[in-house]
Design a protein around this ligand. Sequence first.
Ligand SMILES: [Zn+2]
Length: 439
Amino acid sequence: MRSLFLTIVISFYFILVKGQVSPIGQTVITEWQYDKTGAVSITYDDGSINQFKYALPVMERLKVPATFFVITGGMPGSKYHGKFIGRPVKEIIAESATITTNEQNFFERCSAAGYLGYIGTITYHTKSAGLYSSGKKEQAYKLIDELYQKVRNGDFKPGYQPCDEVLQEKGSTWDDFRRYAAEGYEIASHSITHAGMPGLDSVNIVYELGKSKEEIKNQMGASYTFSAEVPYGYEDERVMQIAYKIYPALRNRMPEPWLKEIDRPSKKTPGNPDKDYIQWQREINTRAPLPVMKSWVDTTVARHDTWLVLVIHGVDGLGYEARPSTMLDEYFQYIKNRDNKLWIATFRDVTKYMRERESAKVQDSQRGKKIFVTITQPLDKTMYNIPLTIKTYVSSEWKKVSVQQGKHKELVKTAYDEKGTYVLYQAHPDGTDLILSGV
Ligand SMILES: [Zn+2]
């Protein structure tokens, strides 16, 4: 008897709530902007001149946005350049003659390694930072010992030489970057000198990341200080802790509990989602054939939760793992041809959208023939300023809907899905009422 009663109740629920009664007023924030099924961010590291000379014109032609993580210290007119903050390096060099490198002095010696006054020492810094980060501490100490011994022996020519990545940027100016930014491209930080941060002490990490941020703020404006990529893709805990105090978003790693991350070296693919979003990083390199690259896009289109973050370094023979711009052209066309399904946006904008959506609260109510929707979110509104795409179910008699938020008013066409008639519209989640009325 009881089970029959339950069956009747459940049946009525499906008929009334899920079926015949249209959920008028019901409002959700769509997973991606414009209700797309996935997001793609194209990102470039190191700011090599060929990225701007050969890849950027392709993207401009296709009207595809991107993020460029640039090294700020080598740009003409920059205020902050690479330097070592600490004791005079002569003292450190002298001390290395009697005390071998160990846990206590490693960071100081590795931080100073590029600034000892000689050409060719920076690679010792880069390599030992990498060894230290991967847990090979003894090897890192040994390499630093080798460097300081060579310095004491006079094996290097005097002078200063930065990383290759800094030299590859030659040809770009801050004026150029401001011009690209005006077209919608995101210019973001990749540190001052492309330093190996896991080998730096905290003072020098703060300098590399903090002053690079200040430089970009002065040159470009505060809206370009949102994202950063700590060089070499490190996810080192100590470095990330410091970096997150300086930048709200790092491509290296994100702090969100609702975001699953598949990083660049991983062979995993987006599987069964246990989180709201997946950030799927893929590197465009010599080991990734074009059909495989296209399959990443297909997977993203077929899902609803995936943010494909593409990482590009070298272009047309210049830079790490360089790929031809003709191939990028074909690939970007492939992506652009799917933009009815894909939201193609900068790393910054996608991050902001997800964070706003995850923290937003939606309220809807009906008064007379009008629907009122209010969206609020607790984040800093000067920073989190991306409009959210809202989906509201309306009366099936409405053909067009007037949506008003403050002084802004727009007329939106209705559409249908299995639940009923709805409208999609853009809204600022600032607590200002949205008023929907049928036309
Ligand atoms: Zn880099």
